[in-house]
Design a protein around this ligand. Structure first.
Ligand SMILES: Cc1ncc(COP(=O)(O)O)c(C=O)c1O
Length: 441
């Protein structure tokens, strides 16, 4: 007997309105989308009153869980005090949120610009690199995802996420350090994969740019791409290559920031590399719309032309940033992610041993995924199995994410305050969902 039955009249009415009045591009997951009414911690309740354990956190965004009481209280206080200013005025909230980012980020990153989304934060980073270097060309990575604005779409290297041609953007793409699907095959060592992908980047810089690139831009773990973790020396060598050519290294920590990767505040810190510019969003405000671009002071100071954001640095959003970062520091989200991430990974490896259509379990901390294949002998990506698993998990009252170029990767990225018991419960539901997929054939 499925735990989730047909939706009620009110859920149906909401779905009908959604379909009638929104772009079809506002496309929810699932054959029968989940109509969410409320949420608390790692639990989400739909319009029919059914509860789901949320292991995807609104795409790794409700970093402290849904409606964390400290964030709710701080935002409620702020909304009744000062709701809007624009970037034409100074507020304590914006200045102190920026100071916290300076404290938490690696190296000499010091000055921030706040916007409303990851896409805008990416745009700001690319424009800043071009302003500072006086150069235009950007090298990004295939399988990367950077957002939905024109420039962010041009950085994104997944055909399904590109509604219009992006060829005039001054952006070229090197191979993604995707070891599972490396042309070298599974026999190659990690060092050989690393050498291969670095060679590809070097050749891209030397053959597809004018040799004077403005920046190398990369996610530290490719998120939408399917949680692609690079070989350990990749970023150290990539940053050295771009700097030899006079360009900057921009890292995108939109999915990987604030402890998500376990043990460190930011993904790039695992490899001892200090970026010139860093992009953040999602988990920074536990669900409030904030993007941030932080840069070395000398680089930020180069932007002297006018720029303005109506909602950037909004006092309510900055209050959410402040409350979120305060709780993260108090609770030590990098430490929790490390411990809970180990637990999730152990569970995923056990499932991989049981189900030959799970090709690989990968990730760091609480950014963990399984890549599904037609297997056991074939590595052909299986979006079919991935969507079966997503639907089966929904039947078990479990929310997961999808990713990968073909939609063949099932992604996990819950609240970083998830407890060991909640992880255990999630893994039990996932195991039952996997058994349902076996049953479906
Ligand atoms: C790595 C990365 N960068 C940028 C973005 C764009 O963020 P937003 O959707 O807030 O515009 C995303 C969104 O998923 C992302 O994953």
């Amino acid at each position: 007997m499925p735990l989730v039955s047909a939706e009620s009249a009110s859920a149906k009415a909401i779905l009908d309105e959604h379909e009638a009045y929104l772009f079809p591009a506002v496309k929810p997951l699932y054959r029968r989308p989940v109509v969410i009414k409320s949420a608390q911690g790692v639990w989400v309740t739909d319009a029919d009153g059914r509860d789901y354990l949320d292991l995807f956190a609104g795409v790794l965004t409700t970093s402290l869980g849904h409606c964390h009481p400290a964030v709710v209280a701080r935002v409620q206080e702020q909304v009744a005090t000062l709701g809007h200013t624009s970037t034409l005025y100074v507020t304590e909230n914006q200045a102190s949120a920026a100071r916290r980012l300076n404290d938490m980020t690696p190296g000499d990153l010091q000055k921030s610009y706040f916007t409303n989304s990851g896409s805008e934060a990416v745009e700001t980073a690319i424009m800043l690199a071009r302003v500072y270097t006086g150069r235009h060309e950007i090298v990004a990575l295939r399988h990367g995802y950077s957002g939905r604005t024109a420039l962010a779409t041009a950085l994104t290297a997944h055909a399904p996420w590109r509604p219009v041609p992006t060829s005039a953007s001054g952006i070229v793409h090197a191979a993604s350090p995707y070891t599972y699907r490396s042309p070298l095959g599974p026999e190659a060592s990690i060092q050989e994969h690393e050498d291969f992908f670095i060679h590809d980047l070097e050749e891209t810089l030397d053959t597809m740019t004018d040799g004077k690139p403005a920046a190398f831009f990369a996610e530290t773990i490719q998120g939408v791409g399917g949680y692609i973790v690079p070989p350990p020396g990749y970023f150290r060598r990539a940053a050295a290559l771009i700097r030899e050519r006079g360009g900057l290294f921009i890292c995108d920590e939109v999915q990987t920031g604030f402890g998500r990767t376990g043990g460190k505040w930011f993904g790039i810190e695992h490899w001892g590399v200090e970026p010139d510019i860093m992009v953040m969003a999602k988990g920074i405000a536990s669900g409030f719309p904030v993007g941030a671009t932080i840069a070395r002071a000398e680089i930020a100071d180069a932007w002297t032309a006018k720029t303005f954001s109506t909602y950037g640095g909004n006092p309510i959003c900055m209050a959410a940033v402040e409350a979120t970062l305060h709780v993260m520091q108090q609770e030590n989200t990098p430490g929790i992610s490390e411990a809970r991430g180990r637990q999730v990974r152990k569970g995923l490896e056990a499932l991989r041993a049981r189900h030959p259509w799970i090709g690989e379990a990968r990730g760091m901390g609480l950014i963990q995924a399984i890549e599904l294949v037609e297997g056991p002998e074939s590595k052909t990506p299986s979006p079919r199995k991935a969507s079966q698993l997503l639907e089966a998990a929904r039947e078990e009252g479990l929310l997961l994410g999808l990713g990968g170029l073909h939609g063949q990767v099932v992604r996990i990225g819950p609240s970083m305050l998830i407890t060991a018991n909640e992880v255990e419960e999630g893994l039990a539901r996932l195991a039952r969902a996997c058994a349902r997929v076996d049953g479906a054939g």
